[in-house]
Design a protein. Structure first.
Length: 323
């Protein structure tokens, strides 16, 4: 079309410049028009094929090509399910795990099994456009699904807030909710900065985070865990910061005698610790510096993680966050 417009313009220019030579102009115009038709007829090149909707690079560096936006998505982890709901993309969720219990509406979605044991047949029946796989999803299951022609995108975040933001952004790409993801990430960043600024001028307090205790051993958020890092962000000095692998000893805990003890906000857990050997003698528990937090909020790498950080900060420095 551009070629034709150019030729017409050329013919017009020739007509204006050579107005006294009508016959010559007519002959030139006819030749030009004929040449133009030949060019158009000879331009038989095929148009380029449409580009795919999305070429997604997952956490394992694999490229997954989507010709169209995924409309049927299966989540294999609670944090993925929570993110889908936060993005407003829950209508695209056709499957989730037994452990995907937040928000409450998630329970109405078909379950595909547990975190580590999924029902491949059930997944196939749900006809997903993509399965979003997380940390516990087995490589063998990925292989089985891909052999069945089902796309699997691995989305695993680094254990820090930047990793969580990236995680949310990647899920948003698959759910076609990028703008909403920006809002969620901004809100989280604001909360994290609020916590940092609020505790910056406060004296650091020694703290212990209870994961488990009793006859099977004592477990905590050691220094190599993300919860351990969150304790530091919230203005705490983790007494188990030099330990690794979630394991700690009751003897070391008693010796450290932290100023604050945090555990999951389950009534039986809290009461059990108040009566447990060693724990009941800790100064923090005796003085009431013993607080419960929502374990899912502080452990799931999703949109509620910043709220979990705020809960931890309020436990360590309640005087700063008094309402």
């Amino acid at each position: 079309m551009l070629k034709k417009f150019f030729v017409l313009f050329l013919v017009f220019a020739l007509g204006v410049g050579l107005i006294g030579c009508a016959d010559e102009i007519s002959e030139t115009a006819e030749e030009t028009a004929k040449a133009t038709e030949e060019v158009i007829e000879s331009d038989t090149s095929e148009p380029e094929e449409d580009e795919p909707y999305l070429v997604f690079t997952d956490s394992n560096g694999r490229e997954i090509v989507f010709e169209e936006a995924p409309e049927r998505i299966i989540s294999t982890a609670p944090n993925v399910t929570e993110t889908m709901f936060a993005l407003g993309a829950e209508d695209k969720l056709v499957g989730r795990t037994d452990y995907c219990n937040y928000p409450e509406e998630a329970s109405s979605i078909n379950s595909i099994g547990s975190l580590t044991e999924v029902n491949i047949e059930k997944i196939t029946e749900l006809e997903p456009d993509v399965v979003i796989a997380a940390s516990f999803f087995d490589e063998e299951n990925i292989k089985k699904l891909e052999e069945l022609g089902i796309k699997v995108a691995v989305v695993i975040s680094q254990e820090n807030f930047e990793g969580v933001y990236e995680n949310i952004g990647n899920i948003a790409l698959l759910a076609n909710k990028e703008e909403k993801a920006k809002e969620i990430i901004k809100e989280m960043q604001d909360k994290v900065n609020y916590v940092k600024e609020s505790v910056a001028s406060q004296e650091v307090k020694s703290v212990y985070y209870v994961i488990g205790h009793g006859e099977y051993g004592d477990y905590t958020a050691t220094g190599d865990t993300f919860i351990g890092k969150m304790l530091a962000i919230a203005g705490g000095e983790n007494v188990a910061k030099d330990a690794t692998g979630w394991k700690f000893s009751l003897e070391k805990l008693i010796e450290a005698d932290p100023a604050v003890v945090i555990a999951e906000s389950d009534e039986s857990t809290m009461k059990g610790l108040e009566e447990a050997n060693g724990y009941k003698d800790l100064t923090a528990i005796k003085k009431g510096n013993f607080y419960g937090v929502d374990k899912d909020m502080v452990s799931r790498m999703g949109p509620r993680l910043a709220d979990g950080l705020l809960q931890i900060a309020k436990a360590i420095h309640p005087e700063v966050f008094e309402e």
